[in-house]
Design a protein around this ligand. Structure first.
Ligand code: GLN
Length: 485
Protein backbone atom coordinates (compact mmCIF):
# COMPACT_ATOMS: atom_id res chain seq x y z
CA UNK A 1 0.00 0.00 0.00
CA UNK A 2 1.15 3.48 -0.83
CA UNK A 3 2.18 6.26 1.56
CA UNK A 4 -0.22 8.84 3.00
CA UNK A 5 1.02 11.53 0.61
CA UNK A 6 0.73 9.26 -2.42
CA UNK A 7 -2.79 8.24 -1.48
CA UNK A 8 -3.72 11.87 -0.80
CA UNK A 9 -2.42 12.83 -4.21
CA UNK A 10 -4.44 10.04 -5.86
CA UNK A 11 -7.56 11.20 -4.04
CA UNK A 12 -7.31 14.88 -4.94
CA UNK A 13 -6.47 14.07 -8.56
CA UNK A 14 -9.49 11.76 -8.55
CA UNK A 15 -7.36 8.85 -9.76
CA UNK A 16 -8.82 6.71 -7.00
CA UNK A 17 -11.73 7.13 -4.63
CA UNK A 18 -11.60 6.79 -0.84
CA UNK A 19 -14.03 3.89 -1.18
CA UNK A 20 -11.58 2.06 -3.46
CA UNK A 21 -8.69 2.65 -1.08
CA UNK A 22 -10.79 1.51 1.87
CA UNK A 23 -12.00 -1.56 0.00
CA UNK A 24 -8.40 -2.48 -0.76
CA UNK A 25 -7.60 -2.37 2.96
CA UNK A 26 -10.71 -4.37 3.84
CA UNK A 27 -9.85 -7.00 1.20
CA UNK A 28 -6.34 -7.25 2.61
CA UNK A 29 -7.78 -7.66 6.09
CA UNK A 30 -10.06 -10.42 4.88
CA UNK A 31 -7.22 -12.20 3.11
CA UNK A 32 -4.65 -11.88 5.90
CA UNK A 33 -6.63 -12.15 9.13
CA UNK A 34 -6.75 -15.96 9.08
CA UNK A 35 -2.93 -15.78 9.32
CA UNK A 36 -2.22 -12.58 11.26
CA UNK A 37 -5.11 -12.10 13.72
CA UNK A 38 -4.23 -8.42 14.10
CA UNK A 39 -7.81 -7.22 14.53
CA UNK A 40 -10.27 -7.95 17.32
CA UNK A 41 -13.05 -6.10 15.55
CA UNK A 42 -13.27 -4.95 11.94
CA UNK A 43 -15.60 -2.00 11.31
CA UNK A 44 -16.12 -2.47 7.57
CA UNK A 45 -19.50 -0.76 7.30
CA UNK A 46 -18.40 2.28 9.24
CA UNK A 47 -15.16 2.49 7.25
CA UNK A 48 -17.00 2.47 3.94
CA UNK A 49 -19.41 5.14 5.20
CA UNK A 50 -16.47 7.32 6.27
CA UNK A 51 -14.88 6.78 2.85
CA UNK A 52 -18.09 7.75 1.06
CA UNK A 53 -18.21 10.97 3.08
CA UNK A 54 -14.67 11.82 1.93
CA UNK A 55 -15.56 11.05 -1.68
CA UNK A 56 -18.59 13.33 -1.40
CA UNK A 57 -16.37 16.15 -0.17
CA UNK A 58 -13.95 15.68 -3.05
CA UNK A 59 -16.84 15.58 -5.53
CA UNK A 60 -18.16 18.84 -4.05
CA UNK A 61 -14.77 20.44 -4.65
CA UNK A 62 -14.00 20.80 -0.93
CA UNK A 63 -10.45 20.68 0.31
CA UNK A 64 -9.45 17.54 2.22
CA UNK A 65 -6.71 17.06 4.80
CA UNK A 66 -3.84 14.57 4.51
CA UNK A 67 -5.55 11.90 6.59
CA UNK A 68 -8.90 12.06 4.81
CA UNK A 69 -9.71 8.68 3.30
CA UNK A 70 -6.67 6.99 4.86
CA UNK A 71 -7.35 3.55 6.44
CA UNK A 72 -6.25 3.48 10.09
CA UNK A 73 -6.24 0.76 12.78
CA UNK A 74 -6.91 1.61 16.44
CA UNK A 75 -5.53 -0.35 19.38
CA UNK A 76 -8.45 -1.79 21.28
CA UNK A 77 -7.73 0.11 24.49
CA UNK A 78 -8.97 3.41 23.04
CA UNK A 79 -12.66 4.12 23.52
CA UNK A 80 -14.70 4.27 20.35
CA UNK A 81 -18.33 5.30 20.78
CA UNK A 82 -20.73 2.50 19.91
CA UNK A 83 -17.90 0.11 18.98
CA UNK A 84 -16.71 -2.60 21.38
CA UNK A 85 -13.53 -1.72 23.28
CA UNK A 86 -12.27 -4.82 25.05
CA UNK A 87 -8.63 -4.16 25.97
CA UNK A 88 -8.31 -7.83 24.90
CA UNK A 89 -9.81 -8.74 28.28
CA UNK A 90 -12.76 -10.98 29.12
CA UNK A 91 -13.78 -8.46 31.73
CA UNK A 92 -14.59 -5.90 29.01
CA UNK A 93 -16.00 -8.41 26.53
CA UNK A 94 -19.35 -6.62 26.36
CA UNK A 95 -18.13 -3.08 26.89
CA UNK A 96 -19.35 -0.60 24.30
CA UNK A 97 -18.12 2.90 25.23
CA UNK A 98 -20.73 5.67 25.36
CA UNK A 99 -18.09 8.21 24.36
CA UNK A 100 -15.22 8.74 21.93
CA UNK A 101 -11.57 9.10 22.99
CA UNK A 102 -9.94 12.40 22.04
CA UNK A 103 -7.47 10.79 19.62
CA UNK A 104 -10.11 8.87 17.70
CA UNK A 105 -12.37 11.94 17.64
CA UNK A 106 -9.49 13.87 16.09
CA UNK A 107 -9.07 11.17 13.46
CA UNK A 108 -12.78 11.17 12.69
CA UNK A 109 -12.70 14.97 12.37
CA UNK A 110 -9.75 14.64 9.98
CA UNK A 111 -11.80 12.32 7.75
CA UNK A 112 -9.66 9.26 8.46
CA UNK A 113 -11.15 5.85 7.78
CA UNK A 114 -11.09 3.69 10.91
CA UNK A 115 -11.03 0.08 9.75
CA UNK A 116 -11.05 -1.64 13.13
CA UNK A 117 -9.74 -2.28 16.61
CA UNK A 118 -6.43 -4.08 16.90
CA UNK A 119 -5.30 -6.84 19.24
CA UNK A 120 -3.09 -6.24 22.29
CA UNK A 121 -1.84 -7.87 25.45
CA UNK A 122 -4.66 -7.71 27.98
CA UNK A 123 -4.82 -4.13 29.31
CA UNK A 124 -1.54 -3.47 27.45
CA UNK A 125 0.41 -5.66 29.89
CA UNK A 126 2.96 -7.65 27.94
CA UNK A 127 5.56 -7.64 25.19
CA UNK A 128 4.25 -10.26 22.75
CA UNK A 129 0.45 -9.81 22.40
CA UNK A 130 0.15 -13.38 23.71
CA UNK A 131 -1.62 -12.09 26.81
CA UNK A 132 -4.72 -11.26 24.75
CA UNK A 133 -7.73 -13.18 26.05
CA UNK A 134 -8.98 -13.65 22.49
CA UNK A 135 -6.25 -14.47 19.98
CA UNK A 136 -2.53 -14.53 19.34
CA UNK A 137 -1.34 -12.10 16.66
CA UNK A 138 1.37 -13.36 14.31
CA UNK A 139 4.44 -11.52 13.10
CA UNK A 140 3.99 -10.82 9.34
CA UNK A 141 7.69 -11.64 8.71
CA UNK A 142 7.34 -15.10 10.20
CA UNK A 143 3.94 -16.20 11.43
CA UNK A 144 5.42 -18.60 13.97
CA UNK A 145 6.85 -15.59 15.79
CA UNK A 146 5.29 -12.88 17.95
CA UNK A 147 4.75 -9.31 16.68
CA UNK A 148 5.93 -7.87 19.99
CA UNK A 149 3.59 -6.05 22.31
CA UNK A 150 1.54 -4.82 23.75
CA UNK A 151 0.47 -2.99 20.57
CA UNK A 152 1.23 -6.10 18.48
CA UNK A 153 -2.01 -5.93 16.49
CA UNK A 154 -1.38 -2.33 15.42
CA UNK A 155 2.22 -3.10 14.39
CA UNK A 156 1.34 -6.30 12.50
CA UNK A 157 -1.60 -4.63 10.72
CA UNK A 158 0.66 -1.88 9.36
CA UNK A 159 3.50 -4.28 8.48
CA UNK A 160 1.06 -6.60 6.70
CA UNK A 161 -0.57 -3.73 4.78
CA UNK A 162 -3.99 -4.20 6.38
CA UNK A 163 -4.05 -0.45 7.03
CA UNK A 164 -1.77 2.46 6.19
CA UNK A 165 -1.06 3.64 9.72
CA UNK A 166 -2.31 2.78 13.20
CA UNK A 167 -2.43 3.96 16.80
CA UNK A 168 -0.82 2.19 19.71
CA UNK A 169 -0.11 3.01 23.32
CA UNK A 170 3.27 2.87 25.03
CA UNK A 171 3.71 2.55 28.79
CA UNK A 172 7.09 0.80 28.80
CA UNK A 173 7.82 0.17 25.13
CA UNK A 174 4.55 -1.06 23.66
CA UNK A 175 4.83 1.01 20.49
CA UNK A 176 8.57 0.92 19.90
CA UNK A 177 9.24 -2.77 20.62
CA UNK A 178 6.49 -4.11 18.31
CA UNK A 179 7.55 -1.58 15.66
CA UNK A 180 11.06 -3.03 15.91
CA UNK A 181 9.79 -6.65 15.72
CA UNK A 182 7.53 -5.93 12.75
CA UNK A 183 9.90 -3.73 10.72
CA UNK A 184 7.80 -0.57 10.89
CA UNK A 185 8.21 2.87 12.47
CA UNK A 186 6.66 3.55 15.89
CA UNK A 187 6.78 6.72 17.96
CA UNK A 188 6.08 7.26 21.64
CA UNK A 189 5.51 10.99 22.21
CA UNK A 190 6.55 13.10 25.20
CA UNK A 191 4.27 12.42 28.15
CA UNK A 192 1.41 14.91 27.83
CA UNK A 193 1.76 15.69 24.12
CA UNK A 194 -1.14 13.42 23.13
CA UNK A 195 -4.38 13.34 25.13
CA UNK A 196 -5.06 10.17 27.11
CA UNK A 197 -8.77 10.95 27.40
CA UNK A 198 -10.55 7.74 26.47
CA UNK A 199 -7.41 5.61 26.63
CA UNK A 200 -8.17 2.82 29.09
CA UNK A 201 -5.66 3.44 31.88
CA UNK A 202 -2.89 0.98 32.64
CA UNK A 203 -0.21 3.06 34.43
CA UNK A 204 -1.33 6.66 34.19
CA UNK A 205 2.02 8.34 34.86
CA UNK A 206 3.58 6.44 31.94
CA UNK A 207 0.83 5.76 29.37
CA UNK A 208 1.06 7.65 26.11
CA UNK A 209 -0.67 7.14 22.74
CA UNK A 210 1.40 7.22 19.56
CA UNK A 211 1.51 6.38 15.85
CA UNK A 212 2.77 3.46 13.74
CA UNK A 213 3.61 3.82 10.04
CA UNK A 214 5.61 2.15 7.29
CA UNK A 215 7.68 5.30 6.95
CA UNK A 216 8.88 8.07 9.23
CA UNK A 217 6.85 10.60 7.26
CA UNK A 218 3.58 8.67 7.62
CA UNK A 219 4.25 8.32 11.32
CA UNK A 220 4.94 12.05 11.65
CA UNK A 221 1.74 12.93 9.79
CA UNK A 222 -0.34 10.79 12.14
CA UNK A 223 1.40 12.27 15.19
CA UNK A 224 0.52 15.73 13.87
CA UNK A 225 -3.15 14.81 13.80
CA UNK A 226 -3.35 13.49 17.36
CA UNK A 227 -0.98 15.84 19.26
CA UNK A 228 -2.20 18.88 21.15
CA UNK A 229 -3.71 20.21 24.33
CA UNK A 230 -6.93 18.68 25.62
CA UNK A 231 -8.77 20.08 28.62
CA UNK A 232 -10.22 16.60 29.24
CA UNK A 233 -6.78 15.25 30.21
CA UNK A 234 -5.31 16.98 33.25
CA UNK A 235 -1.78 15.91 32.27
CA UNK A 236 -2.08 17.36 28.77
CA UNK A 237 0.57 19.93 27.87
CA UNK A 238 -0.38 23.41 26.63
CA UNK A 239 2.22 23.79 23.90
CA UNK A 240 2.46 24.84 20.27
CA UNK A 241 2.62 21.83 17.97
CA UNK A 242 5.26 22.19 15.24
CA UNK A 243 4.66 20.86 11.74
CA UNK A 244 6.64 17.64 12.11
CA UNK A 245 6.56 16.51 8.49
CA UNK A 246 7.04 19.90 6.83
CA UNK A 247 10.73 20.45 7.43
CA UNK A 248 12.23 16.99 6.99
CA UNK A 249 15.67 16.97 5.39
CA UNK A 250 17.48 13.96 3.91
CA UNK A 251 20.67 14.58 5.91
CA UNK A 252 21.82 15.90 9.28
CA UNK A 253 24.07 18.66 7.97
CA UNK A 254 22.40 21.63 9.62
CA UNK A 255 24.27 24.83 10.48
CA UNK A 256 24.88 23.35 13.89
CA UNK A 257 25.79 19.66 13.80
CA UNK A 258 23.29 17.19 15.22
CA UNK A 259 24.94 15.68 18.30
CA UNK A 260 24.00 12.06 18.84
CA UNK A 261 24.77 10.19 22.05
CA UNK A 262 25.20 6.43 22.17
CA UNK A 263 24.17 5.09 25.58
CA UNK A 264 26.96 2.70 26.49
CA UNK A 265 24.88 0.82 29.07
CA UNK A 266 22.53 -0.44 26.35
CA UNK A 267 25.33 -2.36 24.64
CA UNK A 268 26.01 -4.82 27.42
CA UNK A 269 24.87 -8.21 28.52
CA UNK A 270 21.71 -9.63 26.95
CA UNK A 271 22.08 -7.79 23.65
CA UNK A 272 21.95 -10.10 20.66
CA UNK A 273 25.13 -9.80 18.58
CA UNK A 274 23.20 -9.40 15.33
CA UNK A 275 21.21 -6.50 16.83
CA UNK A 276 24.41 -4.95 18.15
CA UNK A 277 26.01 -5.17 14.72
CA UNK A 278 23.04 -3.61 12.91
CA UNK A 279 22.76 -0.76 15.41
CA UNK A 280 26.50 -0.10 15.30
CA UNK A 281 26.30 0.16 11.52
CA UNK A 282 23.32 2.49 11.82
CA UNK A 283 25.31 4.77 14.11
CA UNK A 284 28.15 4.87 11.58
CA UNK A 285 25.58 5.79 8.94
CA UNK A 286 24.31 8.67 11.10
CA UNK A 287 27.87 9.96 11.20
CA UNK A 288 28.06 9.77 7.40
CA UNK A 289 24.86 11.82 7.30
CA UNK A 290 26.62 14.59 9.19
CA UNK A 291 25.96 13.86 12.86
CA UNK A 292 28.56 14.12 15.60
CA UNK A 293 28.69 10.89 17.63
CA UNK A 294 29.35 10.89 21.39
CA UNK A 295 29.35 8.10 23.92
CA UNK A 296 27.14 8.79 26.91
CA UNK A 297 26.84 6.96 30.20
CA UNK A 298 23.47 6.63 31.91
CA UNK A 299 24.43 4.64 35.01
CA UNK A 300 20.90 4.42 36.45
CA UNK A 301 19.45 3.12 33.19
CA UNK A 302 19.72 -0.48 34.30
CA UNK A 303 17.47 0.15 37.29
CA UNK A 304 14.71 1.16 34.92
CA UNK A 305 13.31 -2.32 34.61
CA UNK A 306 12.99 -3.09 38.35
CA UNK A 307 11.57 0.33 39.17
CA UNK A 308 9.09 0.14 36.25
CA UNK A 309 7.88 -3.25 37.45
CA UNK A 310 7.00 -1.67 40.82
CA UNK A 311 5.55 1.62 39.55
CA UNK A 312 3.49 0.29 36.63
CA UNK A 313 1.82 -2.56 38.59
CA UNK A 314 1.18 -0.17 41.51
CA UNK A 315 -0.69 2.23 39.25
CA UNK A 316 -2.39 -0.70 37.50
CA UNK A 317 -3.64 -2.12 40.79
CA UNK A 318 -5.42 1.17 41.47
CA UNK A 319 -6.65 1.69 37.90
CA UNK A 320 -8.04 -1.82 37.55
CA UNK A 321 -10.01 -1.60 40.80
CA UNK A 322 -12.87 -0.16 38.74
CA UNK A 323 -13.64 -3.52 37.10
CA UNK A 324 -15.87 -4.84 39.83
CA UNK A 325 -18.79 -6.31 37.91
CA UNK A 326 -20.91 -3.24 38.64
CA UNK A 327 -19.70 -0.41 36.46
CA UNK A 328 -18.34 -2.13 33.37
CA UNK A 329 -18.44 -5.30 31.35
CA UNK A 330 -18.51 -8.75 32.84
CA UNK A 331 -20.42 -9.77 35.96
CA UNK A 332 -20.29 -13.37 37.12
CA UNK A 333 -23.84 -14.43 38.01
CA UNK A 334 -25.19 -16.30 41.02
CA UNK A 335 -23.05 -14.74 43.72
CA UNK A 336 -24.57 -14.85 47.25
CA UNK A 337 -23.31 -11.48 48.30
CA UNK A 338 -21.50 -8.39 47.05
CA UNK A 339 -18.00 -9.49 48.01
CA UNK A 340 -18.31 -12.84 46.31
CA UNK A 341 -19.70 -11.08 43.20
CA UNK A 342 -16.59 -8.87 43.13
CA UNK A 343 -14.13 -11.68 43.65
CA UNK A 344 -15.75 -14.13 41.26
CA UNK A 345 -16.08 -11.51 38.54
CA UNK A 346 -12.45 -10.47 38.85
CA UNK A 347 -11.21 -14.05 39.15
CA UNK A 348 -12.90 -15.06 35.90
CA UNK A 349 -12.56 -11.76 34.04
CA UNK A 350 -8.83 -11.09 34.38
CA UNK A 351 -6.04 -13.18 32.84
CA UNK A 352 -2.93 -14.47 34.62
CA UNK A 353 -0.58 -11.59 33.83
CA UNK A 354 -3.12 -8.94 34.84
CA UNK A 355 -3.73 -10.73 38.13
CA UNK A 356 0.01 -10.98 38.72
CA UNK A 357 0.40 -7.22 38.24
CA UNK A 358 -2.57 -6.38 40.47
CA UNK A 359 -1.06 -8.52 43.22
CA UNK A 360 2.45 -7.09 42.83
CA UNK A 361 1.09 -3.54 42.79
CA UNK A 362 -1.21 -4.03 45.76
CA UNK A 363 1.68 -5.53 47.71
CA UNK A 364 4.09 -2.71 46.77
CA UNK A 365 1.57 -0.09 47.87
CA UNK A 366 0.55 -1.76 51.12
CA UNK A 367 1.34 0.09 54.36
CA UNK A 368 4.25 -2.08 55.43
CA UNK A 369 6.01 -2.17 52.07
CA UNK A 370 5.25 1.20 50.52
CA UNK A 371 8.57 2.80 51.55
CA UNK A 372 10.67 -0.20 50.64
CA UNK A 373 9.20 -0.68 47.17
CA UNK A 374 7.00 2.07 45.76
CA UNK A 375 8.82 5.04 47.30
CA UNK A 376 12.21 3.55 46.44
CA UNK A 377 11.14 2.95 42.84
CA UNK A 378 10.01 6.58 42.57
CA UNK A 379 13.44 7.72 43.80
CA UNK A 380 15.11 5.56 41.18
CA UNK A 381 12.81 7.12 38.61
CA UNK A 382 14.23 10.53 39.59
CA UNK A 383 17.79 9.22 39.14
CA UNK A 384 16.94 7.98 35.66
CA UNK A 385 15.47 11.37 34.78
CA UNK A 386 18.67 13.01 36.00
CA UNK A 387 20.76 10.69 33.82
CA UNK A 388 18.80 11.88 30.81
CA UNK A 389 19.01 15.54 31.86
CA UNK A 390 22.78 15.23 32.08
CA UNK A 391 22.94 13.48 28.72
CA UNK A 392 20.91 16.19 27.01
CA UNK A 393 23.35 18.81 28.25
CA UNK A 394 25.89 17.15 25.93
CA UNK A 395 23.87 15.87 22.98
CA UNK A 396 20.63 16.52 21.06
CA UNK A 397 19.35 12.95 20.80
CA UNK A 398 20.32 9.53 22.13
CA UNK A 399 20.36 6.21 20.30
CA UNK A 400 20.05 2.62 21.52
CA UNK A 401 18.82 -0.66 20.10
CA UNK A 402 15.02 -0.68 20.48
CA UNK A 403 14.90 -4.24 21.78
CA UNK A 404 17.69 -6.65 22.76
CA UNK A 405 16.60 -9.31 20.25
CA UNK A 406 14.54 -9.80 17.12
CA UNK A 407 11.06 -11.37 17.29
CA UNK A 408 10.99 -14.60 19.30
CA UNK A 409 8.83 -17.67 18.73
CA UNK A 410 5.25 -17.71 19.97
CA UNK A 411 5.16 -19.57 23.27
CA UNK A 412 8.88 -19.17 23.88
CA UNK A 413 8.61 -16.82 26.85
CA UNK A 414 5.04 -17.30 28.09
CA UNK A 415 6.03 -19.38 31.10
CA UNK A 416 8.81 -17.05 32.22
CA UNK A 417 7.51 -13.53 32.98
CA UNK A 418 10.98 -12.21 33.81
CA UNK A 419 12.44 -13.12 30.42
CA UNK A 420 9.39 -11.44 28.85
CA UNK A 421 10.00 -8.28 30.92
CA UNK A 422 13.61 -8.10 29.72
CA UNK A 423 12.37 -7.12 26.25
CA UNK A 424 11.68 -3.65 27.58
CA UNK A 425 15.11 -2.96 28.99
CA UNK A 426 15.89 -0.14 26.56
CA UNK A 427 12.44 1.35 26.13
CA UNK A 428 11.29 1.59 29.76
CA UNK A 429 13.68 4.36 30.95
CA UNK A 430 12.23 6.62 28.24
CA UNK A 431 8.73 6.28 29.72
CA UNK A 432 9.99 6.75 33.27
CA UNK A 433 11.51 10.08 32.18
CA UNK A 434 8.47 11.07 30.06
CA UNK A 435 10.61 11.53 26.92
CA UNK A 436 9.81 10.93 23.24
CA UNK A 437 11.29 7.90 21.45
CA UNK A 438 11.03 6.47 17.96
CA UNK A 439 11.94 3.06 16.55
CA UNK A 440 13.04 2.93 12.92
CA UNK A 441 14.03 -0.22 10.95
CA UNK A 442 17.82 -0.65 10.79
CA UNK A 443 18.40 -4.12 9.39
CA UNK A 444 17.43 -7.79 9.38
CA UNK A 445 18.85 -10.86 11.09
CA UNK A 446 19.77 -14.12 9.35
CA UNK A 447 16.18 -15.32 9.60
CA UNK A 448 14.94 -12.24 7.78
CA UNK A 449 13.53 -10.68 10.94
CA UNK A 450 13.60 -6.89 11.32
CA UNK A 451 15.80 -4.97 13.76
CA UNK A 452 14.97 -1.53 15.19
CA UNK A 453 17.03 1.52 16.13
CA UNK A 454 15.65 3.65 18.95
CA UNK A 455 16.18 7.41 18.85
CA UNK A 456 15.35 9.21 22.12
CA UNK A 457 14.74 12.95 22.32
CA UNK A 458 14.59 15.56 25.01
CA UNK A 459 11.17 16.69 26.27
CA UNK A 460 9.00 17.84 23.33
CA UNK A 461 11.81 17.34 20.81
CA UNK A 462 9.78 15.00 18.60
CA UNK A 463 10.99 17.17 15.73
CA UNK A 464 14.60 16.10 16.32
CA UNK A 465 13.99 12.36 16.67
CA UNK A 466 11.77 12.45 13.59
CA UNK A 467 14.49 14.29 11.67
CA UNK A 468 17.21 11.82 12.69
CA UNK A 469 15.01 8.79 11.94
CA UNK A 470 13.95 10.30 8.60
CA UNK A 471 17.48 11.07 7.41
CA UNK A 472 18.57 7.56 8.40
CA UNK A 473 15.58 5.93 6.72
CA UNK A 474 16.04 7.89 3.50
CA UNK A 475 19.66 6.80 3.26
CA UNK A 476 18.82 3.09 3.67
CA UNK A 477 16.49 0.59 2.03
CA UNK A 478 15.27 -1.35 5.07
CA UNK A 479 11.83 0.24 5.03
CA UNK A 480 11.27 -0.79 1.40
CA UNK A 481 11.35 -4.51 2.15
CA UNK A 482 7.96 -6.14 2.50
CA UNK A 483 7.05 -9.33 4.32
CA UNK A 484 6.12 -12.17 1.94
CA UNK A 485 2.61 -12.99 3.07
N1 GLN B 1 5.89 -4.72 28.09
C1 GLN B 1 5.68 -3.72 29.10
C2 GLN B 1 4.68 -4.23 30.11
O1 GLN B 1 4.35 -5.35 30.03
C3 GLN B 1 5.22 -2.45 28.48
C4 GLN B 1 3.81 -2.49 28.08
C5 GLN B 1 3.33 -1.21 27.50
O2 GLN B 1 4.13 -0.36 27.11
N2 GLN B 1 2.03 -1.06 27.51
O3 GLN B 1 4.25 -3.55 30.98
Amino acid sequence: MASIRELHEQLVKKERSAVEITQEALDKIQALEPKLHSFLHVTAQQALEQARAVDAKIAAGEEIGLLAGIPIGIKDNMCTKGIPTTCASRILENFVPPYESTVTQKLLDAGAVTVGKTNLDEFAMGSSTENSAYQVTANPWDVTRVPGGSSGGSAAAVAGGECVVSLGSDTGGSIRQPASFCGVVGLKPTYGLVSRYGLVAYASSLDQIGPFGRSVEDTAILLQAIAGYDSKDSTSLKVEIPDYAATLKPDLKARRKMRIGVITETFGEGLDSVVEEAVTKAIAQLQVLGAEIHTISCPSFRYGLPSYYIIAPSEASANLARYDGVKYGLRTPDADNLLSMYTRTRATGFGTEVKRRIMIGTYALSAGYYDAYYLKAQKVRTLIKQDFENAFKQVDVLVTPTAPTTAFKAGEKTTDPLSMYLNDLMTIPVNLAGLPGISVPCGFDDNGLPIGLQVIGNVLREDQIIQVAYAYEQSTNWHLRQPAL
